[in-house]
Design a protein around this ligand. Structure first.
Ligand SMILES: NC(=O)c1ccc[n+]([C@@H]2O[C@H](COP(=O)([O-])OP(=O)(O)OC[C@H]3O[C@@H](n4cnc5c(N)ncnc54)[C@H](OP(=O)(O)O)[C@@H]3O)[C@@H](O)[C@H]2O)c1
Length: 376
């Protein structure tokens, strides 16, 4: 056993750290992306639209980015199915206007929709802490956190948040990671509960250098594609480690989901000509309601917790990933790199201002202090 360990360690030390995907990985990654684009409708042809939901009327859901696209559909369908929905948004006025519209269109029913709004700007880690503190202070349960909000600033130059982080990395990975950890006390109260991350097939062509999550070292030339795909892969890796660190008794499932290729405001930054093209390929592209199905499935299907526990019991290297057709699938080859996943975990915890044992401490019922908290 000792020799085995020594050989293993020597092997790791001898390995050069990777500075990108290998050619074959890259080709297979793009084949997955193109495959999803071309064949998602065929793969998902067994699904109804909208997806019928199991009973959710006793459950509370937080949905980030629910003023537009996939998140809007998720929030509305959950509310219409009787759930208590909290729209966690950066533009509360837009959310209130939407609720008004939904209530008016719902007026034939006996009970009004149970939807409320809380402000959350993922470009500010302080805003994330404020949101989590306010939610946890209610001392109520949270059954499902849906980390949906995301950006893809196609073709734009590299931008940083006021916290100093590359914006795709912050909005798509760091801020949702902080939110997930800080909301653990409420998720424990709601157990069995779930964290569902709206990820992307684009993570198959993503690469993360844990020592350069801001892409500033110059080892790789920054493009918005690199920023987006890297942030989505970082989320898959972080989720796999979070899933492993949560003991089965906590009853919290962690999943990533691909919504498919969906016509939403995410295309708002595309060049005009591409936006026109985007609109003319409806056969291939899902509408937002179709794109909400895999997330709603991950958030509500009764078999999901058991599936997540099986992966944990089998010591599978990655957490659950649900594809756009609501079937479990394997995330990318790079996502299976356990050593890098743990480095991404450590680096993420450092960047979001939490101690690396924050999850264990919160599970034991202790408090943790975040560097971005204003109350210290
Ligand atoms: N559409 C696709 O083909 C596709 C494919 C794969 C994955 N996804 C993922 O699906 C998720 C939803 O995207 P979508 O396609 O529905 O795009 P969308 O229509 O642009 O919606 C994105 C939502 O995120 C919110 N948001 C953006 N920045 C935020 C911030 N700093 N703080 C709080 N909220 C913020 C937006 O708020 P505002 O309304 O205020 O702008 C909006 O509500 C994203 O994670 C995206 O990466 C989409």
């Amino acid at each position: 056993m000792g020799t085995e360990n020594a050989t293993e360690t020597a092997g790791l030390a001898g390995e050069r750290s990777k500075d990108g995907l290998g050619w074959m990985e890259w080709i297979r990654g793009w084949m997955a992306v193109i495959g999803e684009m071309m064949f998602q409708r065929i793969a998902a042809s067994h699904l109804q639209n909208p997806l019928p939901l199991p009973p959710v009327n006793e459950l509370t859901f937080v949905v980030t980015g629910s003023t537009s696209g996939i998140g809007l559909q998720i929030a509305r369908q959950l509310a219409e199915a009787g759930a208590h929905v909290i729209m966690a948004v950066r533009n509360p006025k837009a959310a209130h206007d939407l609720i008004q519209k939904w209530q008016n269109e719902w007026s034939g029913m006996i009970l009004p929709l149970n939807v409320e709004v809380m402000e959350l700007d993922l470009l500010s880690l302080e805003s994330v802490v404020r949101f989590a503190e306010a939610y946890n202070a209610r001392l109520g349960p949270l059954h499902v956190l849906i980390n949906n909000a995301g950006i893809f600033s196609i073709g734009e130059p590299q931008k940083f948040s006021k916290d100093g982080y590359e914006q795709h990395m912050q909005v798509n990975h760091l801020a949702p990671a902080l939110l997930s950890v800080l909301l653990l006390p409420s998720l424990i109260r709601g157990s069995p509960s779930r964290i569902v991350n709206v990820n992307s097939v684009m993570h198959y062509v993503g690469f993360v250098d844990p020592e350069d999550m801001n892409v500033i070292s110059g080892r790789k030339k920054y493009t918005s594609l690199l920023g987006y795909c890297g942030s989505k892969l970082a989320q898959v890796m972080f989720s796999s480690v979070l899933h492993k660190r949560l003991p089965a008794e906590a009853g919290i499932s962690v999943l990533c989901v691909s919504p498919g290729v969906v016509y939403t405001n995410v295309a708002r930054d595309l060049p005009r000509i591409l936006q026109v093209g985007y609109r003319f390929i409806p056969y291939f592209i899902f509408d937002a309601q179709e794109g909400s199905r895999s997330t709603l499935f991950a958030a509500t299907d009764p078999q999901v917790p058991e599936y997540c526990e099986t992966l944990k019991a089998d010591d599978w290297p990655v957490g659950a990933f649900i594809s756009q057709d609501c079937r479990p699938t394997n995330p990318s080859e790079e996502a299976h790199n356990v050593e890098t996943s743990y480095k991404v975990w450590e680096k993420t915890m450092e960047l979001i201002g939490l101690p690396s044992d924050a999850v264990e401490r919160l599970i034991e019922g202790n408090e943790v202090t975040c560097r971005y908290s204003m109350t210290d």
